[in-house]
Design a protein. Structure first.
Length: 368
């Protein structure tokens, strides 16, 4: 295996692939990435056995094709610190991969490509294509509500429901829920319900952050694939039944608070400084023409702010986790947000008054 490549060509896919590789692993091969020459291009692949990410880089010159695995972290560290206009010359011989840049030489240990594990795919069920921006919005609006290492494993990801010309994404950790819908250009022949793992969602966000291309999504029995011109992300799906999110959406709310998103966000950020560090609770007291937000902590420190606001319904007072509120506000566009209430001990529905997407957020109250 022998080829040369520009440093900037290999760096981006190398950075993306390294995000999948676990720093601590039981198998040495999982700390490596697979380098393979395919159709005069270099394919870099990393995996943790749950998620597999492959990136494509254009070669400057190909002398001898082949494949080999090498330390993901060491190769990235070397390439990242080389000058921007460097030409990297790779040569694999026996158990070493030599990287030459001018008069500099780096010799890295390798493991056979045949030992590198591949994610076994299954029969395709459905396929669709979305704009990168459209998919990114769907994920950004919901990913913050995913659970982390919850024993209810089906909450450690995002639920995707594809039916007809609608795609719905939902995430919840049991204390809050976020939902977002988008219209598809082509109707789905088969209704599909899947749970995409948290790590796959986070890696997909990294891919989308630097991509404006259309993303093809292929759902199979046990896996999901995201395919763009130079990136392929494959992930196992979470097996399990996602909660009936429709049943917990508050209905027929009689109390509605309308307030500017940036104003509410600024007040919550200031008041939260004196909230309890463990529970992060703030109290919202609402009357017809104003909103009072307060917080206190175990050191008997208090913060209170009052602002004019439009509130419909009987006056209400409710405790909420300020971090959950800020997470929601950070995903909503500028403008007026609507908080809808059923009572002091019922979940709160949060929406945007003029949202381009059909999205909603639900937060359970706190007892303060």
């Amino acid at each position: 295996m022998k080829f040369s490549i520009e440093r900037d060509q290999i760096l981006r896919p190398l950075q993306l692939v390294n995000g999948v590789v676990e720093r601590r692993q039981t198998l040495p091969i999982l700390g490596n990435i697979l380098l393979t020459i395919i159709d005069d291009k270099l394919q870099l692949t990393g995996t943790d056995l749950e998620v597999e990410l492959s990136g494509i880089a254009n070669l400057k010159q190909l002398t001898t094709p082949g494949s080999v695995t090498v330390s993901a972290r060491k190769l990235l560290d070397i390439c990242r610190l080389l000058p921007e206009d460097s030409i990297l010359e790779f040569a694999h011989d026996a158990h070493r991969l030599t990287l030459a840049v001018g008069k500099s030489r780096y010799s890295l240990a390798t493991l056979p490509a045949t030992e590198f594990p591949k994610v076994n795919d299954s029969t395709d069920v459905t396929q669709l294509t979305l704009d990168a921006a459209q998919l990114k919005q769907l994920i950004e609006r919901t990913q913050f509500a995913m659970a982390q290492q919850d024993v209810r494993y089906y909450l450690n990801g995002t639920f995707w429901h594809l039916e007809g010309k609608t795609m719905t994404t939902v995430a919840t950790d049991g204390h809050r829920l976020s939902l977002c819908k988008t219209a598809l250009t082509q109707a789905q022949d088969v209704a599909t319900k899947i749970i995409v793992p948290r790590k796959a969602i986070m890696e997909l966000m990294r891919v989308l952050a630097s991509s404006n291309e259309a993303i093809t999504i292929v759902v199979s029995t046990n896996h999901i694939r995201f395919i763009s011109a130079d990136i392929v992300l494959v992930s196992k799906l979470i097996e399990g039944r996602f909660p009936d999110y429709q049943a917990i959406i508050p209905k027929n709310c009689q109390q509605h608070l309308r307030i500017d998103r940036d104003l509410l966000k600024a007040i919550l950020t200031r008041v939260s400084i004196l909230s309890n560090e463990k529970y992060r609770g703030v109290r919202l007291a609402m009357q017809t023409d104003h909103l009072r937000i307060s917080a206190s902590n175990s050191e008997h420190e208090e913060a209170t702010e009052e602002v004019a606001a439009n509130f419909e319904g009987e006056q209400n007072e409710i405790g909420m986790n300020v971090n959950y509120l800020l997470d929601v506000l950070n995903t909503l566009p500028k403008g007026i947000v609507i908080l809808s209430f059923l009572g002091a001990d019922k979940s709160v529905l949060i929406e945007h008054e003029a949202d381009a997407l059909e999205a909603l957020n639900i937060i359970m109250p706190l007892r303060l």
